[in-house]
Design a protein around this ligand. Structure first.
Ligand SMILES: [Zn+2]
Length: 237
């Protein structure tokens, strides 16, 4: 069902989660996932509160869509890796399809059509080693050890903690600066103690990362830009 507030059309679904998320979807529609107990009035309040962000995202979405037809991965395009931008160069005679070397990405010319997939795989494989290493460091501080760590396509979420004690991370996390990646890791490790966002949970995060609010805020503000083709999708965690 489509609702409308201040000329913004939106739809929503309810979930058992404690926090609300707002999305500008790939087709330009606005949707929310909200905690079950929220009334329509309260949901409209959230939309109103986030109005300028929604307008901005919709404007960006229109721009992006207007140029999408012509958008191709070419030399000079930049890609994020651990918070920094690196240029892509098309090359011949490469040992692999995509290589990160001397501060730039090199892609094999014949593989340009598969660029997005190659980057996803790059982030995923780098992420597996990096996130495991950072988690090894932080799990001693948090006092909890995950059963397994996976890096995968996680849809709208940065990371998740399963009831079995596994931690999943979106490959997109590898585009964020290390301080933000660390925050996401600590956040999930603390969920091994508390599977919710109660004060007790945030208290655990605070013990390990006293400046976590700053990092959390950064992710909220900049998270939407961490993507390879679609800059408008955003998640408020
Ligand atoms: Zn959480």
């Amino acid at each position: 069902m489509i609702h409308e507030v201040d000329d913004i059309q939106f739809s929503f679904s309810k979930s058992k989660r404690r926090t609300a998320s707002l999305f500008v979807e790939r087709d330009g529609s606005v949707s929310l996932i909200v905690p079950e107990e929220l009334s329509l009035n309260e949901i409209e309040g959230i939309v109103r509160q986030k109005k300028s962000w929604i307008y901005r995202s919709l404007a960006e979405w229109k721009d992006l869509n207007a140029s999408r037809v012509n958008r191709e991965f070419v030399s000079g395009e930049t890609f994020l890796y651990l918070g920094r931008s690196y240029k892509l160069h098309v090359a011949q005679d490469l040992k692999a399809d995509l290589i990160f070397k001397d501060g730039r990405f090199l892609i094999r010319e014949e593989k340009l059509h598969a660029c997005a997939d190659l980057f996803k795989e790059f982030y995923r494989s780098k992420g597996k080693a990096k996130i495991q290493k950072r988690a090894n460091y932080y799990q001693r501080k948090v006092g909890a050890t995950p059963k397994a760590i996976k890096v995968l396509e996680l849809g709208h979420r940065w990371a998740s903690c399963t009831p079995e004690g596994n931690l999943n991370f979106h490959w997109k996390c590898m585009m964020a600066p290390l301080s933000i990646l660390d925050y996401i890791i600590v956040h999930e490790l603390c969920h091994l103690h508390y599977p919710n966002h109660t004060d007790a949970f945030w208290n655990e995060v605070d013990k390990v990362l006293p400046d976590y609010r700053k990092r959390h805020e950064w992710l909220k503000l900049n998270g939407a830009s961490l993507d390879i083709v679609n800059v408008n999708q955003a998640v408020l965690i």
